[in-house]
Design a protein around this ligand. Structure first.
Ligand SMILES: Cc1cc2nc3c(=O)[nH]c(=O)nc-3n(C[C@H](O)[C@H](O)[C@H](O)COP(=O)(O)O)c2cc1C
Length: 192
C-alpha cells in the first residue's frame, strides 16, 4: 500500500512529542512510592476520569491495584533530575518513599508538595493490555501551589511543566513554548 511518496515509515513503536511527564504517587508495601509516567491522559469531563498506563512489572501497579488510589503530580522543569531518577529506579530495588516531601488529601494517595499541580484519584476500572495495565481513576481533588498562580488562577508559565519526547534518538525532556492561539476560537476565523 503506497500512502504518499513524501512520507517516511517509522518504527511502529515510535513515540511522538508533547507527552506530559508526570509523577504517579501510590502506596506500595505500606509506604509512598513514586514513578515517572508519560502515558497518561484526561479521558472524561464529568466525572473527571484520567488514565495512566503502567507496566505490569512496576511496584506502582502492585500498590495501585491493592489500595485502589493514586496521585498524578505535574513537576516543574527544575525537578527534571529527580523526576528522571524515579523513572529509572524501581521501588523494588530502592526505597523511594522519602524522595519527596509529601502531603495527603482525602484519600491515602501521597502527593508531591513541590509539584505545582496535584490530583488525588480513586481507581474506577483497570484494563489489561499485553505488557501494561490501564488504570482509570476519578479525580477526587485537585490542588495548585499558590506560588504558581496569578490572581488566584493557575499560571502555566509559572507551573513550567516538563514535556517528554521520544522523537529524537536520545529521548529527552523539554519545557513548553509560547501560546499560539485561543482554543475553540481560532477555528472560527478559518476559511478554506
Ligand atoms: C521518561 C520516562 C517515561 C516513563 N513512562 C512510563 C509510562 O508511561 N508507564 C510506565 O509503566 N512506566 C514508565 N516509565 C518507567 C517507570 O517510571 C520506571 O520503570 C519506574 O522505575 C517504576 O518504578 P516502580 O517499580 O517503583 O513502580 C517511564 C520512565 C521514564 C524515564
Amino acid at each position: 500500500m503506497v500512502i504518499s511518496l513524501s512520507k517516511i515509515k517509522l518504527d511502529q513503536r515510535f513515540s511522538p512529542y508533547q507527552m506530559p511527564a508526570v509523577i504517579i504517587g501510590s502506596i506500595a508495601n505500606d509506604k509512598p512510592n513514586f514513578m515517572l509516567c508519560t502515558w497518561v491522559s484526561r479521558l472524561n469531563r464529568s466525572p473527571p476520569i484520567w488514565m495512566a498506563s503502567i507496566n505490569r512489572k512496576h511496584l506502582t501497579l502492585e500498590g495501585i491495584r491493592e489500595n485502589k488510589i493514586f496521585s498524578i503530580n505535574f513537576p516543574s522543569t527544575n525537578m527534571v533530575a529527580i523526576a528522571d531518577y524515579i523513572g529509572i529506579t524501581s521501588g523494588r530495588l530502592k526505597d523511594k518513599s522519602e524522595t519527596f516531601d509529601v502531603f495527603f488529601g482525602e484519600t491515602k494517595a501521597p502527593m508531591v508538595r513541590d509539584c505545582p499541580l496535584n490530583i488525588e484519584l480513586k481507581v474506577t476500572k483497570t484494563t489489561e493490555l499485553p505488557d501494561h495495565f490501564i488504570i482509570f481513576g476519578e479525580a477526587i481533588n485537585t490542588y495548585i501551589s499558590e506560588s504558581n498562580c496569578t490572581d488566584g488562577k493557575p499560571d502555566l508559565k509559572k507551573m513550567n511543566p516538563i514535556v517528554y519526547t521520544g522523537i529524537e534518538k536520545q529521548p529527552s525532556y523539554w519545557s513548553i513554548g509560547d501560546k499560539i492561539a485561543d482554543a475553540f476560537k481560532i477555528g472560527k476565523e478559518f476559511k478554506k
